[in-house]
Design a binder for this molecule. Sequence first.
Ligand code: FAD
Length: 565
Amino acid sequence: MPAHDVLIIGAGLAGQRAALAAAQGGASVAILSKVHPVRSHSVAAAGGINAAISVDDDWRSHAYDTVKGSDFLGDQDAIEVMCSEAPREVMHLEHIGVTFHRNEQGLLDLRAFGGASLKRTAYVADITGQAILHVLYEQLMRHHETVERYEEWFVTSLIRDGEGRCAGVVAREVRSGQMEVFAAKNTILACGGAGQVYSPTTNALIVTGDGIAQAYRAGAPLMDMEMVQYHPTTLVENGLLITEGARGEGAVLLNSEGERFMEKYAPNKMELASRDVVSRAEQTEILEGRGVGPDGSGIWLDITKVPRKRTLEALREIVNIGKDFAGVDITREPIMIRPGQHYIMGGVKTDVDGATPIEGLYAAGEVACVSVHGGNRLGANSLLDTLIFGRRAGEHAAARARSMAMPSASRAQLHDDVAAIDAILARGKDGARRVSEIKRELGETMNQHVAVYRDAEGLQQALQIVKRLQEESERAYVDDRGTVFNQDVLGALELGYMLDCAEATVVAAIERKESRGAQFRTDFPERNDAEWLKHIDITRGADGAAQVSYSPVTITQWQPEERKY
Ligand SMILES: Cc1cc2nc3c(=O)[nH]c(=O)nc-3n(C[C@H](O)[C@H](O)[C@H](O)COP(=O)(O)OP(=O)(O)OC[C@H]3O[C@@H](n4cnc5c(N)ncnc54)[C@H](O)[C@@H]3O)c2cc1C
């Protein structure tokens, strides 16, 4: 049985940064991923990463913008950690080889992003995630003697020992179907978000909430799950992202009357208000009949305002996306967009070192909720979150490993998971639905009822559908009965994880009877600090259903105030 001081599940930015930090902390490290590391979803990150590195900036300004962007639900101690450590982290990236864009003076160039009081987003054209991910992977290979890589291994469950500590995981090799127990003194979940719970989404097919559901099933609390970000600029055709970097460079939003409607909603920040504000403004324009396109469900994003040379240099990836996926040359004509699911602010509850309430279990990146984003994440703060809290989790786990023995990881969970997979493979087709059909209904339901605008009736309807789909998923059949690269059976497991995440999201959205950040309840349209300035935590009850409790929001220096842009 493989055994490691620190076992990291996920090889996106959070996982790779955690692995490097743990290796530098002297631990024996393993990093395990269901896809090749550089195919992790972080590769899609486009517009950049925030840090107060310009001479006229200050990390406190970054922190205040983040608190305000979160609609005062973010935990300010964690936000202070993230923003104060950001400049050092970005300079570290630059020193290990990330080719950030430089200005004419040779300094790191910074672009404007939503909700920021000044330009503080460092970038590599619009391929920032890819640039960072590849450099981190090179660094991981430098540490090949202490960092074992298990590429294309799929974790099915976490293992807890007799005293409730996390003792490792069960995983299946994708290539062969072989199942194995991995023992670990500390396990760090860095499995990314759960965007595929929605359809459409900007997220890759692999973003299925596995880590969130596995932690939840093992007894860890989830936090802020109701807070789901809709990005203002996704393609009407298929939900692909057009980076906020476009608006940062000067692109504008127009309705069917050619009006720059953000003047009405956010006169000071206009298109660069926070994402929840801009998405709601667009949705309001669409609902009030000022949308564009054949069925009026779109908004124009006019990137022709940006000088063509600059677009071709700094936004070249979306030039290709526009051409390939919408048939539009964005340097010459507006492109039709609308709000689309993009990011989840919630996840596995952690402290500022990534530790969860389960001893030996950490989480970092989009899978986690240290609550630096609260009700709404500012653009370019997620890459920062992955790196700061990935590093801190890696360092903390490595230090903890020094003073402990290897826990005993029982094989009982392995037997359960093997039996569960055998049962999926043995399912008949009679009256059962395909995994993909159930997944589609889930995504469309969430996009209809748990989106930019929500109300009790729609949310209750969504909950009933999720519960029915949970039952149907127990019978869903798969076509591939083999062992080699059986993505079909992994899809059935992922469906179960997505349904858990969906249930937690809907239950929390029903519970929060106010409007804050990304949660706008048309039946409770005001923010209500007196009753709801608190986190909603979701744990799995003995009957398997989601249970609600609350935890306080940490406020250090910024008292809640009305949020205006
Ligand atoms: C199109 C797009 C553009 C974006 N642009 C930006 C941006 O410019 N700036 C910004 O700050 N943020 C951006 N974001 C958000 C940001 O990219 C993500 O939040 C972030 O990259 C998540 O990183 P992560 O390391 O937490 O997870 P991921 O990169 O999603 O990695 C998850 C890892 O977990 C592994 N994994 C998952 N489940 C299992 C399992 N069961 N077993 C084994 N391994 C598993 C996967 O293989 C993968 O290696 C963007 C998001 C999208 C969708």
